[in-house]
Design a protein around this ligand. Structure first.
Ligand SMILES: N[C@@H](CCC(=O)N[C@@H](CS)C(=O)NCC(=O)O)C(=O)O
Length: 246
């Protein structure tokens, strides 16, 4: 049996739901209530010691990390393919994915947390917030930096700079499109989609108004079957995500 622990507004979960739908894979969806802190409950930490969503479980074995999960799906269910077979093309796609994991994926968090998430911690006193941060295996320092007041302007400016650099890199790559790795729609496109959708939800779409290649890519990716599966409401119900993680 294939099970996915997922949360509607989680960008990392959206990536996996997109890939599962594109590949036509059936799975049992299990909600991990990030808005109620279930990700750091003892029972979930026993499944995923990183205390984050998503987690894929196949035959009782947990597969962690959205990028690893999508590669695992390619390894185990190669058709239809979402990555090239030729080694140099594959390396190129994986370099894109490494960049996405390193730059835009973390960069989308500070503006998302400030807009939708930090309010969910407003009821905690300093001690309560410190304890909430302490409990997060991967995100302790991130939460400590955020505080209950949200990220400061310098952190937001840095995030926006990284997001703009990503858009410029996409625009250059899309000159040889229609997808970021050329002719083939790949996991690199899927991995970029949650960041671009979230930017739109954060009213940041003006950041690609001078980049026709990105605008065109965004129009086209929304036609994909997996897009609807990943981002249908409540996945884009941003107000619902108050108090949740991104
Ligand atoms: N590298 C991990 C990161 C997963 C991650 O950060 N998930 C977020 C939701 S998108 C989460 O569960 N955060 C929990 C928290 O902030 O406590 C992956 O790609 O799966």
């Amino acid at each position: 049996m294939l099970e996915l622990w997922t949360y509607p507004q989680s960008t990392c979960s959206q990536k996996v739901r997109f890939a599962l739908a594109e590949k036509g894979i059936n799975y049992v969806s299990r909600n991990i209530a990030l808005d109620r802190g279930e990700q750091v409950s003892d029972w979930y930490l026993a499944i995923n010691p990183n205390g984050v969503a998503p987690t894929l479980v196949e035959d009782g074995v947990a597969i962690l990390d959205s990028s690893v999960i999508t590669e695992y799906l390619e390894d185990t269910r190669p058709s239809p393919a979402l990555r090239p077979a030729e080694p140099k093309a594959l390396a190129h796609m994986r370099a894109w994915r490494a960049f996405i994991d390193e730059v835009p994926t973390p960069a989308i968090r500070p503006p998302s947390f400030n807009a939708f998430i930090v309010q969910g911690f407003a009821h905690l006193d300093d001690e309560g917030f410190a304890a909430a941060a302490e409990r997060r295996p991967l995100r302790k320092h991130f939460y400590q930096k955020m505080t209950q007041r949200g990220f400061d302007q310098q952190a937001i400016d840095e995030a926006l700079d990284k997001l703009r650099a990503t858009l410029l890199r996409m625009e250059a790559a899309l000159a040889d499109g229609p997808w970021v790795c050329g002719e083939m729609f790949t996991l690199a496109d899927i991995s970029l989609s949650p960041t671009i959708v979230r930017m739109e939800d954060l009213s940041l779409a003006h950041m690609w108004s001078d980049l026709p290649g990105v605008a065109d890519w965004y129009r086209r990716i929304q036609q994909k079957t997996g897009f609807t599966a990943a981002f249908a409401p409540p996945a884009r119900d941003i107000f619902h995500s108050r108090g949740a993680a991104c």
